[in-house]
Design a protein around this ligand. Structure first.
Ligand code: HEC
Ligand code: HEC
Length: 175
C-alpha cells in the first residue's frame, strides 16, 4: 500500500517539475532570486531608475506597460519622456516580459504594481502608519524595506525594517 502511494507521489513531483520548467523557461533572470530578467536593456537600468528602482516587468500585465509607455509625459504627476526610439525599444521588451511574476488577468488600478491584488495581499501585515513614515513615503518605494529591490530581489531574507518604525508595527510585520 505504501508503495502505491509512494510511486503516485513521485509521478506527481515529476509532472510538477516538468510544468514549472515550461512555465519559467521563457525568462532567464539576472541573479538567483532576481525578478529582473538577464536581457534587461541598458536604457531601462539608466532611464527608468532616475526617480525610483527598476520595477520588475513581470509585476504588471502587458496592457499596463503599454499605457505607461504611451503616457510618459504625464507619468504619475511627473514628466518621464524619452526619445521615440528608446520608448519603442523599452515598450517591446516590457511587453514580452510582462506578467511573468504574477500572471494576473486584471489590470491594476492606475497601472500600479502597488494596487495589484497580490501586492495588497503580500503587504497586509504592514500597519498604515508605516507607509507614511518619512523613510518610506510611498508603497512604491520598495527599497525602503526590500534592501535588494534595486537588483530585483524581494525574498524574505533581504527585508529590513524602515527607519523610524515603531515597536508595535514591528511586531505586526513579524507575525
Ligand atoms: C522623472 C522621474 C521618473 C522617471 C524618469 C520614471 N518614473 Fe516611474 N514613477 C515616477 C513617480 C513620481 C512615480 C509615483 C511614485 C509614487 O507613487 O510614490 C512613478 C511610478 C511608476 C510606476 C508605478 C509604481 C507603483 O505604484 O506600483 C511604474 C510601473 C513606473 N513608474 C515605471 C516607470 C518606467 C517604466 C520608467 C522608464 C520608462 C519610469 N517609471 C521613469 C517618476 C519617474
Ligand atoms: C513598508 C515596507 C515595504 C515596502 C515599501 C514594500 N514592501 Fe514588499 N514586503 C514587505 C514585507 C514586510 C513583506 C513580507 C510579507 C510576508 O512575508 O508576509 C513583503 C513581501 C513582498 C513580496 C513577496 C516576497 C515573497 O517572497 O513572497 C514581494 C514580491 C514584494 N514584497 C514586492 C514589493 C514591491 C515590488 C514593492 C514596491 C513597489 C514593495 N514590495 C514595497 C514590506 C514592504
Amino acid at each position: 500500500m505504501t508503495n502505491t502511494i509512494g510511486s503516485h507521489n513521485k509521478f506527481g513531483a515529476l509532472a510538477f517539475i516538468a510544468i514549472m520548467g515550461m512555465v519559467f523557461s521563457s525568462t532567464a533572470f539576472a541573479d538567483s532570486g532576481s525578478k529582473l530578467p538577464i536581457n534587461t536593456p541598458k536604457a531601462y537600468a539608466q532611464e527608468c531608475t532616475a526617480c525610483h528602482i527598476a520595477y520588475p516587468p513581470g509585476m504588471l500585465p502587458k496592457q499596463s506597460w503599454q499605457r505607461i509607455m504611451a503616457g510618459l509625459d504625464k507619468h504619475y504627476g511627473t514628466d518621464a519622456s524619452l526619445d521615440d526610439a528608446t520608448v519603442k525599444q523599452l515598450s517591446t521588451w516590457l511587453e514580452t516580459q510582462s506578467g511573468t511574476y504574477k500572471r494576473v488577468a486584471e489590470v491594476p488600478p492606475n497601472d500600479r504594481i502597488t494596487q495589484s491584488a497580490w501586492f495588497i495581499r503580500k503587504h497586509k501585515e504592514i500597519t498604515p502608519s508605516v507607509w507614511k513614515l518619512p523613510s518610506v513615503k510611498s508603497e512604491a518605494n520598495c527599497a525602503a524595506c526590500h534592501s535588494s529591490a534595486d537588483k530585483g530581489i524581494y525574498s524574505d531574507n533581504t527585508l529590513k525594517f524602515p527607519i523610524g518604525i515603531d515597536a508595535r508595527s514591528k511586531r505586526a510585520w513579524s507575525n
